[in-house]
Design a protein around this ligand. Sequence first.
Ligand code: NAP
Ligand code: ZN
Ligand code: ZN
Length: 352
Amino acid sequence: MTSARAYAAFDKSSPLKPFDLQRRTPGARDVAFDILFCGVCHSDLHTARSEWPGTVYPCVPGHEIVGQVTAVGAGVKKFKVGDRVAVGCMVDSCRTCASCKEGLEQYCDNHDATFTYNSVDKHGAGPVTYGGYSSHMVVDEDFCLRLSEKLDPAAAAPLLCAGVTTWSPLKHWGAGPGRKVGVVGLGGLGHMALKLAHALGAHTTLFTTSAGKAADAKRLGADEVVISKDAAAMQKHTRRLDLIIDTVSASHDLDAFTNLLARDGTLVLVGVPEHGHPSPAVMPLIFGRRAIAGSLIGGIQETQEMLDFCAEKGVVADIEKIGPHQIDEAYARMLKSDVKYRFVIDMAPLRG
Ligand code: NAP
Ligand code: ZN
Ligand code: ZN
């Protein structure tokens, strides 16, 4: 075991504080690495503040991780010391069920996906897994991703959650040339959804509550921008969109968006608010054969595909770098929708 320096939430309301934790001694299939950068996802905030059930304290969030390999087990084939490595939302799964075998480990049929933080630690180094707000980490190579040296490591970190969480539904529901894709909310996930849908060749429309983000949205890949509080502007998009990715982190009215779907269109919910949305009206769904669906992160194989696509197209997140002592400030700003468009923690102070 080695000691790692981290930042942890100790309860649902206090600021995160320094915390020392144990990482396991690397086994034959393990990759040990120093963490260079870790993105700040709204899921970190939901978990740290017990907005979702089941947070075990101390809680070390962080699942948008880019690092540099410091040691590998004897059986590791993909990585060597000095390589760049990335880890997202999962560090293990049952690997035997149909979903795991299909590369969709996040939907493990045995409910055995090990998430990067706040999951039971099968290796017993701690009561639960501890995430990327820390100095170093040890992860099975099957859950480690390759990240091109062409991409800036800090700006690439958010691809590991915000990127793949939007990539997965964009690919599953066929975003591409000739398809009209809407994105709701311009935060971490929303700005990646825009960039990726644009890079895939879809026509993109951004729906935002923040009028001040309109110019940025165009720069990030939006063909059109709609202020969602403006009913008349919303009305103009009725029955136009094939796919809408809803990234909003708070409870809101879904009918405003189902009404914008064309026949057979799908509203995909990826935001997971603390309190559920008001029940959607049935009529807009029936009169248009429209669907509301959900989507959870992405599998390991599709994460690698997304990272390779981003390396080829030069797609990374727009980020604001912070130090580990600024995490609470970042959470406060995220809650005010004041993020352009992802906070990324530089872990240098924790590596010492
Ligand atoms: P974020 O950076 O805080 O962005 C959320 C955006 O939603 C805000 O920037 C804002 O955009 C909009 N918004 C916030 N409050 C709103 C309100 N009351 N009404 C309408 N719009 C509002 O968060 P994020 O990191 O992108 O995460 C978004 C959500 O996705 C979170 O709930 C997170 O837990 C979830 N998530 C889900 C998965 C998954 O696998 N499904 C993976 C990662 C994250 P505008 O200013 O443009 O309106
Ligand atoms: Zn996330
Ligand atoms: Zn499984």
